[in-house]
Design a protein around this ligand. Structure first.
Ligand SMILES: Nc1nc2c(ncn2[C@@H]2O[C@H](COP(=O)(O)OP(=O)(O)OP(=O)(O)O)[C@@H](O)[C@H]2O)c(=O)[nH]1
Ligand SMILES: [Mg+2]
Length: 630
């Protein structure tokens, strides 16, 4: 038997356990603790939307495989992510092994809601353990749970866990150690669950709670008190708007110093390489192609991290579902549900996780509309383009104490994305035949301070993604752009810089016919093409294009003054408008195809976004020209 076969056989013999439970009860935190993985943990329902597998070894030496699954309130799935969970435990997914045992994770502070799923899963007849998670919070709130009695009532071991504390999983490991795994056992069909009416299950839940949970005292639920302010019909929206506004201010004002450091570092390397190497194609490739292109993208790392710092804090403290709640009415006006808020917010990172997070939306039409507008949210790849153009054209002025004009413009660009997304949603809902607004059912988790670990890990993850992207996709494209922009060289008696005669130059000049009416010259057109693969490459490509056009060595830092000198303000504004709308991301389109199951919606998305981008840029360019009289 070959080594691979042996591995396959061993994997088949390793028992598989599934972590199941309501949303936001700490399954992923527990999964990470057991396996040492770093899956995303945050304080709202619907963080995990896919199955994730890991493995670990019990203290006694037995290896186990473990599945983290999306949270579900019931096995009667209402949303596509809940359906994944149901299908995995019930063995309905083709080619997937059914779990040999289930670890049911419950939130100890909310057993009343959590036990229904436990009783449902029990009817599947798989071996089970109950992980009574978040007992630290329960203790603080004075909630007493008789675990011995609970174990007797449920007929399964009940283990207290604290998934966010080192060692908080010890009891669970011991229980798994004692568990007899029978690899032949298969779950009962799902119909076993429907055999018992929901009312009866609820009655049973109440009976068990009465027998096992004692509310010692309710030490004034702090979350509720905070919510009196945060969810207040007038103060709530003001807090939300102020928070968002402050974030954009910080992105500009905090980032200045670290950005300068990176810029100077890249410049120093550029100068050193420029001085040390003989003039020639290789020096040009390194200085203009790689350092000029990659360096001009890399300087945006601090801004991206600052933006994510705030998003991670909001995610972890439990504010997001509140924001969804506050915006539900407003979003209802355009036919979206408050549920769309979290997918749309995720799209500020990148439209791809945003499109996938739409799986948590129950109504298929709402889900489709949310997917269709997700790419209009300003993803972090647009930030470098915005920041570059803003830095070049918008004066760095204080409008009022603490309000900076550049931050203000950035805020407006984000707002333009959001407002147009709402408008597009409205049109889609109209054309698809609007149905009445469904009430928002959303669990509001208890607030807690963001965990520093989570925060650090989240930022690290972001930095890693960005730097990897810069080092792979962007670097490759930059080398390609440099190559296409450098060859063939200028003919005899050329009057333009050599890039004008290069392959990229020819392509750019051909495209300029289409883009001239919206103010884009051939240099910008060159940058738009590789920008399709990754938006921020446009910035790097502009870096290379202008470096080759001008011929300076200190290219990484000088892009801002160069474009400030070579573009008119209407062109700059038109480019900003273009980036608000243009569907310049092939990976998003392919994820849309996958998530909607048809290429139709991906094409529709590309079509409507291009049309919007061209129209918006055209209007911006011509209005700006007539207003400015240039
Ligand atoms: N105090 C405390 N917080 C916990 C514990 N376990 C998890 N949390 C927090 O609870 C929140 C939810 O944790 P997750 O692991 O994302 O929950 P989940 O069950 O995977 O959620 P979904 O993926 O949305 O279904 C996070 O803010 C965690 O930091 C615990 O034992 N004690
Ligand atoms: Mg999770």
């Amino acid at each position: 038997m070959g080594a691979v076969d042996q591995q396959v056989q061993a994997a088949a013999k390793t028992p598989l356990i599934a972590l199941l439970g309501n949303p936001n009860c700490g399954k992923t935190a527990l999964f990470n603790r057991l396996t040492g993985a770093r899956q995303k943990v945050a304080n709202y329902a619907g963080v995990t939307i896919e199955r994730k597998e890991g493995s670990f070894t019990l203290p006694g030496g037995r290896a186990l495989r473990v599945l983290d699954l999306p949270g579900a309130y019931s096995l009667n799935a209402h949303t596509p992510d809940e359906a994944i969970t149901r299908d995995v435990v019930a063995g309905l997914r083709a080619g997937e092994q059914t779990p040999d045992a289930v670890v049911c994770v419950v939130n100890a502070t909310n057993l009343r809601l959590n036990l229904r799923l436990v009783l449902e899963i029990k009817r599947l007849g798989l071996p089970m353990v109950l992980a009574l998670n978040m007992v630290d919070v329960a203790r603080k709130r004075g909630i007493e749970i008789d675990t011995a009695r609970l174990s007797k009532e449920l007929g399964m071991p009940v283990i207290e866990t604290v998934a966010i504390q080192a060692g908080g999983e010890k009891g669970l490991l011991a229980a798994l150690e004692a568990m007899p795994f029978d690899l032949q056992i298969k779950p009962n069909p799902l119909s076993a669950i429907d055999a018992v009416p929901v009312e009866e299950t609820q009655r049973e839940v109440r009976r068990i709670i009465d027998a096992t949970v004692g509310f010692d005292n309710d030490k004034g639920n702090l979350s509720e008190q905070i919510d009196h302010v945060v969810l207040h019909p007038v103060i709530g929206p003001v807090i939300l708007a102020a928070t968002m506004f402050l974030i954009f201010q910080a992105v500009f004002s905090w980032a200045a110093v670290p950005m300068d450091l990176i810029k100077n570092g890249v410049d120093a390397i550029g100068q050193w390489v420029g001085g040390a190497m003989a003039d020639g194609p290789l020096r040009s490739l390194i200085v203009e192609g790689i350092l000029g292109g990659v360096g001009s993208v890399l300087v945006f790392l601090p801004q991206i991290l600052i933006l994510f710092f705030f998003i991670l804090v909001l995610e972890d403290c439990g504010y997001l579902p509140r924001a969804a709640f506050l915006l539900d009415r407003m979003m209802g006006g355009v036919g979206l549900s408050g549920r769309a808020f979290i997918p749309l917010l995720s799209s500020f990172a990148c439209a791809i996780p945003g499109v996938m997070a739409a799986r948590t939306i129950q109504n298929p039409r709402d889900r489709l509309v949310t997917i269709m507008i997700a790419p209009l949210m300003t993803c972090s790849a647009r930030l470098p383009v915005y920041a570059l153009v803003i830095a070049a054209f918008i004066p760095n002025r204080e409008l009022a104490a603490g309000i900076n004009l550049q931050g203000m413009v950035l805020f407006l660009l984000y707002a333009a994305g959001i407002i147009s997304a709402m408008a597009v949603a409205y049109v889609f809902k109209r054309t698809m035949g609007a149905k009445g607004h469904q009430p928002l059912m959303l669990e509001l988790p208890a607030y807690h301070w963001p965990h520093l670990n989570n925060l650090a890990l989240g930022l690290w993850e972001r930095a890693r993604i960005f730097i990897t992207r810069v080092g792979t996709v962007i670097l490759t494209l930059m080398v390609l752009v440099w190559f296409l922009s450098s060859f063939p060289g200028a003919p005899e008696g050329a009057t333009h810089p050599p890039i004008y005669y290069s392959i990229a130059g020819m392509l750019g000049r051909a495209l300029a016919v289409v883009f001239e009416p919206i103010g884009f010259g051939w240099q910008i057109c060159i940058a738009l093409v590789p920008g399709m693969a990754a938006r921020e490459v446009a910035v790097g490509a502009l870096g290379t294009v202008y470096a080759l056009s001008g011929g300076g060595d200190d290219v990484a830092s000088s892009l801002t003054p160069i474009i400030a000198a070579s573009w008119s303000l209407p062109t700059a504004l038109s480019l900003l408008a273009w980036y608000v709308f243009a569907p310049q991301c092939l990976s998003t389109l392919s994820v849309v195809r996958r998530e909607t199951g048809s290429v139709r919606y991906a094409l529709l998305m590309a079509g409507y976004m291009f049309a919007l981008a061209y129209t918006a840029s055209f209007l911006t360019f011509h209005i700006a020209r007539s207003v400015l009289g240039s």
